[in-house]
Structure formats: structure tokens, C-alpha cells
Design a protein around this ligand. Structure first.
Ligand code: ATP
Length: 242
């Protein structure tokens, strides 16, 4: 079964070739604490250059590999919605908020497989920093049975891979994006994207100091953060004056 997204989708890759599956679904999971342009701009570039049908932004409920986020899962989801609404091909997906316990990507990919069927290519998009820690993820080797992996080079992330991941990546690495459409899963594609040295950590630190993260994230996201007084430290200047 192939599910057609309700969102508008970008035009297909030029020159349909025989033997190609449906256009791949991009999957960008994260804590999104908060979502920022370092997520959004690379996702748009991959949507367009890889001919993805859509990119699904999937905030985790409980991160499996890090400490608790500073705001609730519902707030992080709301921010992701605000950031993606109106962009054709961007979809905010709340499936991790519907599951109990830590949010494991392997469970999310199984659930997406159920929705999209066995033949639709899935592309798990992750930054090079996240890929270098992939072997700490639950059932990490199964991830490439469920999806292709598309690794976006992130500023400061140009170190070599640990040997275990090198051995995992080498036989799966593909050079040509069209390979993503020849099978539903199993390839690893490295893509350079516009390098935006932005992190949620940096944004939280600015807000905690009472400084502005403006221009690092969408205005609507910043307005929501300010309206609800999110990420403020009790001692930050903004908190003391408001
Ligand atoms: P934090 O600073 O809290 O660790 P983050 O900015 O890395 O957060 P996440 O929600 O953890 O954001 O990231 C989700 C995914 O997006 C990860 O795969 C991460 O590698 C990737 N990513 C985050 N920021 C960037 C960026 N500036 N460029 C490319 N990829 C990014």
C-alpha cells in the first residue's frame, strides 16, 4: 500500500526511470528543543535535491539518548508545527507522542513501514554528529533494514567514523540519490547541506542568559517561546524585568 501525503509535494525527479519505487519519505526525528533553521534549511534542501515526497518532522516524547528536554513534548511538537506549516512537503508527525516510554527510532520506523507499506522508500535523515553515535541506538543495525540513512554533514562533524560504524557504513554507502528509489531501505547516502552552525543548545543558552536567538529560528517559534516564557533561567535579565 502506498499512502499519498495530504500535503502538497514538490515536483518529481526529472526523468522517471523504470524500476523505481515511489518517491521516498524523509524522516527527521529529533528532540527539537527547540526546532531551528539548522533543522529546517537542510531538510528543505534534501526534500528538493533528493526528490522526496515529503519530510516528516518527528519530535520525540522522551529522548532515548540524552537528558530531559527543557519544555514538554507537546510544546516541542507545537513549535515544530509552527516552523513547518505552509511549507509544501513538510509534515509534522506526532506518532512518538502517542507511545509510552522512551522514543526509539526503530519503533518509529516500524510504525512508518506499517503506514506506508513495504515498498515505499523511507529515508532516515540525521546529522553527522548523530550518525557517529548510531551504535548507541536501540537495535541500530535494524535501522537500515527499515530505511535508507541520509547523513547530512554538520558543522564541526568532519571526523572519521569509529571502526564499528565504518564497517557498517562501507558496504551500504551509495553515491547516487537515484538509488534511494530502487529499493525501500538499506543504503547510506552522505549529503552536504548548507552549513548552519546552529544548535538547540546554543539557543537555550542564549534565552537563559536573556539574550536573543533571533534569526537562528523562525519568528513564529520565537514568538511562542517568548509568549510562554520558555527556556528562561530564573536569574536571566528578561525574567527579572518581566
Ligand atoms: P541539541 O543542541 O539540544 O543537542 P540539536 O540542535 O542537535 O539539539 P536535535 O533535535 O537533537 O537538535 O537534532 C535532530 C537532528 O537534526 C539530528 O540528527 C541532528 O544531527 C540534526 N541537526 C541538528 N542541528 C543541525 C544543523 N545545524 N545542521 C545539520 N543537522 C542538524
Amino acid at each position: 500500500m502506498t499512502v499519498i501525503s495530504a500535503n502538497n509535494s514538490p515536483s518529481p525527479l526529472a526523468g522517471e526511470k523504470p524500476g523505481l519505487q515511489a518517491r521516498p519519505i524523509g524522516v527527521l526525528g529529533g528532540t527539537f528543543d527547540p526546532i531551528h533553521y539548522g533543522h529546517l534549511r537542510p531538510a528543505l534542501e534534501l526534500l528538493e535535491t533528493l526528490g522526496l515526497a515529503e519530510v516528516r518532522f518527528i519530535p520525540c516524547r522522551i529522548p532515548a539518548h540524552r537528558g530531559s528536554p527543557q519544555i514538554t513534548a507537546e510544546q516541542r511538537l507545537a513549535l515544530a508545527r509552527l516552523a513547518t506549516v505552509g511549507q509544501p512537503g513538510f509534515v509534522t508527525d506526532d506518532r512518538e507522542l502517542q507511545r509510552e516510554g522512551p522514543s526509539y527510532m526503530v519503533d518509529t520506523l516500524i510504525s512508518l513501514r506499517d503506514d506506508f507499506g513495504a515498498d515505499t522508500p523511507l529515508c532516515l535523515i540525521l546529522g553527522s554528529d548523530a550518525f557517529r553515535e548510531l551504535d548507541t541506538w536501540r537495535r541500530w543495525e535494524a535501522l537500515s533494514d527499515l530505511a535508507h540513512l541520509v547523513v547530512m554533514e554538520r558543522p564541526g562533524g568532519a571526523q572519521s567514523l569509529p571502526p564499528l560504524l565504518e564497517a557498517f557504513a562501507a558496504p551500504r554507502t551509495i553515491e547516487d540519490a537515484v538509488e534511494l528509489r530502487r529499493r525501500p531501505a538499506g543504503g547510506i547516502l552522505w549529503r552536504s547541506v548548507t552549513q548552519l552552525d546552529i544548535s538547540a543548545t546554543q539557543i537555550r543558552a542564549l534565552l537563559a542568559r536573556g539574550q536573543s536567538p533571533r534569526y537562528l529560528l523562525p519568528e513564529a517559534v520565537l514568538a511562542y517561546i517568548h509568549d510562554r516564557g520558555l527556556y528562561r533561567s530564573p536569574l536571566s535579565p528578561t525574567s527579572l524585568t518581566s
